[in-house]
Design a protein. Structure first.
Ligand code: SF4
Length: 340
């Protein structure tokens, strides 16, 4: 296995240790400029959505590829932006996933490194505890344990599914320990690489800024605010939360386009799929869905806790309508004394 293709593995970490280069030399020596350049490319790729593959590699280039991973981790730590950290972990996982497509039997070596022990050849049997640990962030119904055949503690996955589960586990592995505690001694020498990344990050934030149209965000109930904040951080919402958020926003007259663009904060954003789901909830197929009531929200763990207004309502929409009155008096409320 070419470990430089899988720099998040324990074997790769061991090789970096054995190579014995000091942090100071990686940060400052001219001979490692290409390593710093590739580390910057990794982070830039994470911001734009895809880390580019490296061209054909000799031994020196393989070593540079390997060393660029810990340096990229330092760079994202210096930038210390929660959305970037998630995007970075996801982009590294996607890069590894592309590299795993034709890896053959060596797939098992990486699975083992990730703490997964599927029994093959495919379709594979995987212990439910390993499955749950790796797939807990995958919210589509297909991955729910209740929708899988479970026999004597094992469930069956295809090779494609195993690779998808491994991709998830790789994302977790990359995210673990980030941000690394860094200080000026580390970030200062990297400034020439960090500055362009900061600009790229600012441009991304501007592009992804949520436009809530005419909606009054200050009047949103705590549940919807929390979901919006999670979406902005790139957190994958559970299906029930995604449904509640989308149906709520559509109900307060946001357009399908506005709602779809809201989810454009993740590198794995699938515009077509999201549009299909939002269209469906908006009533394109005949039924316009209403957001769930507070009791249902609580049942699914989507009610983050009540504030004073929550105690007086049974539905997030009622919360919004009541709060809205304090922001924009209804026409019937205008008149002598209104707004005073
Ligand atoms: S009580 Fe209702 S409106 Fe308030 S946070 Fe919970 S679900 Fe939202």
């Amino acid at each position: 296995m070419n470990v430089s293709d899988y720099p998040f593995t324990q074997e790769a970490a061991e090789q970096v240790r054995k190579a014995g280069y000091s942090l100071e030399s990686l940060l400052g020596k001219t001979s490692f400029k290409a390593v710093r350049g590739r580390a910057q490319e990794r982070v830039a790729g994470a911001i734009s959505g895809t880390i580019a593959e490296c061209a054909s590699r000799n031994d020196a280039e393989k070593l540079f590829e390997l060393l660029s991973y810990p340096l990229a981790r330092l760079m994202v730590s210096c930038l210390n932006d929660p959305i970037l950290l998630r995007r970075y972990a996801l982009a590294e996982a996607k890069l590894a996933s592309r590299r795993m497509q034709n890896i053959g039997e060596r797939l098992m070596v990486i699975a083992d490194d990730l703490g997964l022990h599927p029994q093959g050849p495919g379709p594979y049997k995987i212990h439910f505890s390993e499955y749950v640990r790796a797939a807990h962030g995958m919210h589509s119904p297909k991955w729910k344990l209740t929708n899988r055949d479970l026999s004597q503690g094992y469930l069956t996955v295809t090779e494609e599914e195993l690779k998808r589960i491994m991709e998830e586990a790789i994302g977790e592995r990359v995210l673990k320990g980030l941000p690394i505690p860094v200080d000026e001694r580390i970030c200062e020498p990297l400034q020439e690489y960090l500055e362009p990344l900061k600009e790229q990050l600012d441009a991304m934030r501007t592009r992804d800024r949520v436009d809530l149209g005419k909606a009054e965000m200050g009047a949103f109930p705590p549940c919807i605010k929390k979901m919006l904040s999670d979406v902005a951080k790139g957190v994958n919402l559970a299906h029930s939360a995604r449904f509640a958020l989308v149906s709520f926003l559509l109900q307060i007259n946001m357009t399908v386009d506005e709602v779809v663009s809201l989810f454009n904060t993740s590198p794995d954003f699938d515009q077509e799929k999201t549009r299909y789901q939002v269209d469906h909830i908006s009533g394109a197929s005949g039924t316009r869905y209403r957001p769930p009531a507070c009791a249902t929200m609580a049942t699914y763990g989507n009610c983050p806790g009540e504030d004073e207004m929550c105690k007086r309502v049974r539905h997030p929409l009622s919360y919004y309508e009541r709060r809205l009155r304090t922001f924009r008096p209804l026409p019937s409320q205008k008149g002598p004394g209104a707004g005073t």
